[in-house]
Ligand binder design. Sequence first.
Ligand SMILES: *Cc1c(COP(=O)(O)O)cnc(C)c1O
Length: 448
Amino acid sequence: MRNEVTRRRFLSTAAGAAGVGLTIRSTGVAAPAKPALLGGKPVRTAKFPSWPVFDKSDEKLMVEAVQSGKWNRVGKMVPRFEEEYARLTGTKACLATNGGTSALLTSLMAFGVQPGDEVILPPYTFVACVNVVLALNAMPVFVDTDPETFQIDHRKIEAAITEHTKAIMPVHLGGNVANLDAILAIAKKHKIPVVEDTCQSHLAEWKGRKAGSYGDTGAFSFQATKNLNCGEGGAIISNDEELMEKCYAFHNNGRGRKSTGYTFTYTSHGLNLRMTEFQAAMLLAQLPRLEAQAKTRSENAEYLTSLLSKIPGILPEKQYEGTTRNAYHLYMFRYKQDEFGGGLTRAQFMRALEAEGINCSGGYGKLNEEPFIKNALTSRGGQRIFSRERVAQWEARNKCPENDRLTTEAVWFTQNMLLGPRSDMDQIAEAIIKIKAHAGDLAKKAKG
Ligand SMILES: *Cc1c(COP(=O)(O)O)cnc(C)c1O
């Protein structure tokens, strides 16, 4: 009897959760097995589902694109993709580009962002967001992160607006959704255009409508790691057709829709950021899988959250109330060393998790403090645009303490890990519970 009580208490404290008790029992021992790093058997030796996913249908469309002899957007595939993607996202228009970076840059160009202007963005994002701002000789103004959701903290945006602010770029990071209601209200009040960075959030939804369809534009990436993938590629979606004409011209060397073939008229300056037929062929082949993949990711991610949220020290990402669908490009949680116990650092925790056969990443660093940003603002050209005083002000304001902490606590799983059976999620939880039960020993071993 006494033993039974002790064992039960062990399962509900050290093991963390009654919900994952099953997993423990299935290992056939009272205490969680030894971690792989301490000589135990890894929870998992099988690989997680591989990415990309493709079959004969991809080959067929690719061959069709080759045989058409029309390899750039004069063919049928790019317009067909644009039509389908506009329909899928519930927007009036879609413009395919050669990448997500290009989609962001084109959006900012179409808004009229110019040298010396300011663009508001989060520090917890991929570097492309900063690069497009600097490419226009504009100033990236970082607004701190809401660590609970990993998204830009909408409550801090308004204070960052100045007379120079010419765009707001919320990023729906990891497939989760930034607080669009709050952001759009601020943007409207100050008459500042919004480009939603939806590079990681295909099919994500806010209040039942697709992320990317709320802002003046939404910018997608179809780069190899993204949930919709054609190697490299991107798209802009919008309900503003006039704005989309500007985007079209900019991505086509300033040549609007009337300037075709050997007629040369220009409506603006621009670049060549066009998508090829091969990219569109791959996207048309990949599109039919998107919904089912997204559904599998959500189901697995929600189940994983139900398991992990019971483990002290593991804080899965939260969502705002308006988020009706998280696309889970990443599965993100915070690792709280003190609550997890044993003095196990995040780096040691991740190493132990890897040893169990669970790949993970510590995510982004302090992007707002990357030296290349200040270098650009104070470069020879930068000095002509930004006074010493303005750069000093920028530096003084460039403080993101919540984000700083988040970069030391975050742990990510990639989207492909959510594409397998539910038992994969059980194994992730089992590995973490095992590590927690032996956290002290693992920390000791790491020290040497
Ligand atoms: C991938 C990504 C981009 C850039 O897209 P590319 O297609 O690689 O140019 C921009 N923003 C975010 C948040 C991304 O994840």
